[in-house]
Every structure is written in structure tokens, then in C-alpha cells.
Design a protein around this ligand. Structure first.
Ligand SMILES: *Cc1c(COP(=O)(O)O)cnc(C)c1O
Length: 232
């Protein structure tokens, strides 16, 4: 890529972020929430270090990645340059990758089974860290999707807190593609309230505004910042 088109891309990302921050504020204000209570998690999966650097230069500090190995290739140098950047794991985590995940990530959004919770607790203790965690809930009960089933959420949240001593800060969901996301967002908020969980990671490029209106504290937005991802 030429220097001038690099610059253009950087401008596009910076403009997209400014536009997004405005839309986040407006959505929050519609329901009389403080926009500062909504964290934009910029989902940089598939996008390269140059694009991410553009977002960092524009002031964005919170990012999401869904694959450990890809994050390991991109983030150590980026974090060295921007020590206040924080990285959320938003994709499925295998227990054999827990050590790497705890080393690199700052927040784990996809805790969804006992074995993983136990391994995370053990590894955090070993590394002297207490990373904030989110429990992923499979609100649509889709067989192919990760996340604890809604009926098991309460027992699992309690187990994470009391048995594994994990800092369960929030719940996360990815609604089914072909259903009204608002129903899932409202459902997640209800489960969170019942369990005294304060953060809600919900809403992506297509539906973050309605998610904010329904209480999202974290929106995970990729396409609306970086453009379409190349198809795998
Ligand atoms: C890719 C991804 C996103 C971002 O989706 P966009 O539609 O590009 O905003 C959000 N959450 C998760 C879990 C993802 O994997």
C-alpha cells in the first residue's frame, strides 16, 4: 500500500470512530444514560497492525480479538507502543490456550464452562493477575454457539465467583442472526440483574444502538470502524 492510501485509511478509521462515538452518545442520551458508561470495544480481528495503529492514533484504547494466535502476532508490539491499550478476548477459549490468553489479554469475555473457569483461576493465580471476566450466555440456545444456557447461568455465575473466585464483572451474548436482537439484549439484562452482575457486553455494528438503549455497558464493533472484513 502506498503512503498516501495508508493515510487515507487512517483518516477513514478516525472519521468512523468519531461518527461512532457520536452515535453511542446519542443512543445513551435517548435513555438518559451517561455515554461515559458505555465502552466501545473496537473489534480488530482480521485487520492488520496498520489499521489498528490508525485507531490507536485516533485515541481508541479498548480492542477485541477473537483468536489467541492472531492476537499474539499483532498485539505485543502494539501494547509496547500503547501501554494503556486494553484487549478483550471475545472468541472461544480452549483450555490449552488459557496460559497465553491470561498473558496477553486484559479482559476475558467468553467464560462459559467449569473446566475453563477452573483453568483460568489457576492460571491467573500463577501469573498474579485477577482479570475481569464476563460469562457468555447462549441466549438463543443455538447448538453451534458457545455460552452457558440461560437456565444454567445462575449456577455457573455462582460457581465462577464462589468456587473459582473469578471477578465476574459482566455477561456477554451474541444473538442469533435471524432473530430480533432486542429480545436477547433484554433477556441478558434480566439475567444480569438477577445475579447482581453489572456489565453487559452486547451489540455489534448492526445493533449497538438498541443494545445501549437496553443497558449495554460494552459494545463490540468491528465493521463500522474498520470496514468489511475480507471473507475467509
Ligand atoms: C466479529 C465480532 C464482533 C464485531 O462484529 P461487527 O459486526 O463487525 O461489528 C462482535 N462480537 C464478536 C464476538 C465478534 O466475533
Amino acid at each position: 500500500m502506498s503512503a498516501s492510501s495508508d493515510l487515507e485509511r487512517s483518516d477513514q478509521i478516525s472519521n468512523a470512530l468519531a461518527d461512532l462515538r457520536k452515535r453511542i452518545s446519542q443512543a445513551a442520551e435517548r435513555v438518559e444514560r451517561d455515554p461515559a458508561d458505555v465502552t466501545l470495544v473496537a473489534v480488530s480481528k482480521v485487520h492488520g497492525v496498520d489499521a489498528i495503529s490508525g485507531a490507536l492514533a485516533a485515541g481508541q484504547r479498548v480492542f477485541g480479538e477473537n483468536r489467541i494466535q492472531e492476537a499474539q502476532e499483532k498485539w505485543p508490539t502494539l501494547k509496547a507502543a500503547y501501554p494503556d491499550a486494553t484487549l478483550h478476548l471475545i472468541g472461544p477459549l480452549q483450555t490449552n490456550k488459557v496460559r497465553d490468553a491470561v498473558e496477553l489479554f486484559d479482559v476475558i469475555e467468553t467464560v462459559d464452562r467449569s473446566k475453563l473457569a477452573a483453568k483460568l483461576a489457576e492460571e491467573m493465580q500463577r501469573q498474579g493477575k485477577a482479570l475481569p471476566c464476563f460469562v457468555q450466555v447462549n441466549t438463543g440456545e443455538e447448538p453451534q454457539k458457545a455460552g452457558v444456557l440461560p437456565k444454567d447461568a445462575e449456577a455457573f455465575i455462582t460457581e465462577c465467583r464462589e468456587t473459582h473466585r473469578l471477578d465476574v464483572k459482566g455477561l456477554m451474548c451474541i444473538p442469533p442472526q435471524d432473530e430480533e436482537p432486542a429480545l436477547h439484549f433484554a433477556f441478558l439484562r434480566e439475567i444480569a440483574a438477577r445475579n447482581k452482575v453489572h456489565c453487559l457486553s452486547m451489540g455489534m455494528s448492526g445493533d449497538f444502538e438498541i443494545a445501549i438503549e437496553l443497558g449495554a455497558t460494552h459494545v463490540r464493533v468491528g465493521t463500522a470502524i474498520f470496514g468489511e472484513r475480507p471473507k475467509a
